[in-house]
Design a protein around this ligand. Structure first.
Ligand code: GLC
Length: 450
């Protein structure tokens, strides 16, 4: 009898718990997705990953309606306490930010110029913000009117109003791989941030357990948008999904649990369904479900960080050229020397560098960025043989030297990093052997090891 009472009490318990303690998707998710925890084993994807690891250097741009304010992308909309709105009252800030679609008209946007600058810099792929957390779509979507192709946005009359298409076409001209940044969370969609309730943090603001249909609608909306991106723009190479607080129960851990905010809800968007659809037309599409782990995070993306040494999986550092992802006035740009060293350091440790710029309200990449891109390109033209298509070589990074080798191991390189403005020495010593340097180079000198 006692045993039965206890069982009854247990059954009741979930009903008595406050919403934040309910994890409605947990049990089902663990069962349904047991498989998803495993890494990718499909040879088609693994081969593509290996090819991606040859590229080493990619172009990223954070560009959206926020660029008009020269402020942080999207985050001003979020009420978490760390966010600085310079004392602006939240409601008014949100109203004005949301209306930025009605003034977005970047007449100076020239996709060919972006692509050329990236190609000259030696970048081999691009990742563009098709939609950030604010939900404004920089592409031709039929799922919402909040986009650059809709008549509510003055840019809709421009021939390049489908910005993603314009960039995709332009970058393809230079044989670059095409990658789309897409935010899983959408703070403009009423099925994510329901307008009936306050939005205390970045997360969905209603109880998924109480309103499963609404959440399902949001999953469908996301699915449909990703369908547009992966079906209407030709052969896409990388789907780069941001907003790691949308994740299945099996992947919630101590580090990511705090992201789930005050409601603590698991937000499972059904990645297996999305991935299957996304690969219908792009069977070797790389999917980067950032920070989630498992099968749909084909490579990892340490943000503004470089690991100390080689990592046992494919990875890419995404790094801002200045301090900010999006355009801000007088950003504090890293020097060309610093950026080249960053690339060498990352490549020596087996990673790729995805270097971000923030184009301005007029659609232009800031001049200091273009200058640095050009200078990096000059260096890579002479020295790229020790970068592209290489693999790490022990001891990877030691003092001022970074090591790489050709994929077949036939050529082994040492890259000697020079200080800003340092005149290269005529000979350098690496591992006890002395190498003569014939060419005058800036930033870093490459020698082939004997
Ligand atoms: C950070 C920022 C986000 C940006 C992303 C790019 O997570 O908060 O706005 O898009 O980095 O990696």
């Amino acid at each position: 009898m006692r045993k039965h009472l206890f069982a009854f009490a247990l059954m009741l318990t979930p009903l008595l718990l406050p919403a934040q303690d309910m994890k409605p998707f947990a049990a089902a998710s663990v069962r349904d997705y047991a498989d998803e925890q495993r890494d990718e084993t499909d040879p088609v994807i693994l081969k593509r990953l290996d090819e991606w690891q040859d590229l080493k250097f990619g172009f990223m741009a954070h560009w959206g309606i926020y660029s008009q304010w020269a402020t942080v992308e999207s985050w001003g909309l979020c009420s978490e306490p760390w966010i600085d709105r310079k004392d602006a009252p939240y409601d008014e800030y949100k109203r004005q930010y949301t209306a930025l679609n009605t003034t977005f008209n970047p007449k100076g946007f020239n996709p060919g110029k972006w692509a050329k600058a990236a190609a000259m810099a030696g970048m081999k792929y691009m990742v563009f913000t098709t939609k950030h957390h604010d939900g404004f779509c920089m592409y031709g979507t039929e799922e919402t009117s909040y986009s650059s192709v809709h008549s509510s946005c003055p840019f809709f009359k421009n021939k390049n109003c489908d910005i993603t298409r314009a960039l995709t076409d332009a970058f393809r001209q230079y044989n670059m791989w095409i990658g789309y940044y897409f935010s899983k969370p959408d703070w403009h969609c009423p099925d994510y941030w329901a307008p009936e309730w306050a939005t205390p943090d970045r997360n969905v603001n209603y109880s998924i357990a109480d309103k499963p249909d609404r959440w399902r609608r949001y999953c469908d909306f996301t699915y449909n948008q990703i369908r547009e991106l992966t079906h209407n723009y030709g052969d896409i190479d990388i789907l780069w999904l941001d907003g790691g607080w949308i994740r299945p129960a099996w992947s919630v851990n101590d580090e990511t649990r705090p992201w789930l905010g005050c409601s603590g809800q698991i937000q499972d968007i059904n990645m297996p369904r999305i991935a299957k659809m996304a690969r219908e037309n792009n069977p070797d599409l790389l999917i980067v479900d950032r920070s989630v782990g498992g099968k749909y995070e084909n490579y990892r993306t340490p943000e503004k960080q470089v690991p100390d040494t080689v990592l046992p999986y494919p990875w890419e550092t995404c790094m801002t050229m200045g301090d900010s992802w999006s355009y801000v006035h007088n950003d504090n740009y890293k020097s060309t020397n610093e950026l080249i060293h960053l690339l060498c350091d990352i490549v020596a440790k087996g990673g790729n560098l995805l270097l971000n710029v923030g184009p301005d309200a007029n659609g232009e990449i800031p001049a200091p960025c273009l200058k640095r891109m050009e200078e990096i390109g000059v260096w890579l033209k002479d020295n790229g043989y020790a970068i592209y298509g290489t693999r790490p070589l022990k001891p990877y990074a030691k003092d001022r030297v970074r090591y790489t080798q050709s994929k077949d191991g036939q050529h082994r390189y040492a890259i000697y990093l020079l200080d800003d403005g340092e005149v290269p020495p005529t000979r350098i010593e690496v591992d006890g052997l002395v190498y003569r340097i014939k060419k005058k180079t800036k930033h870093a000198v490459v020698v082939e090891l004997m």
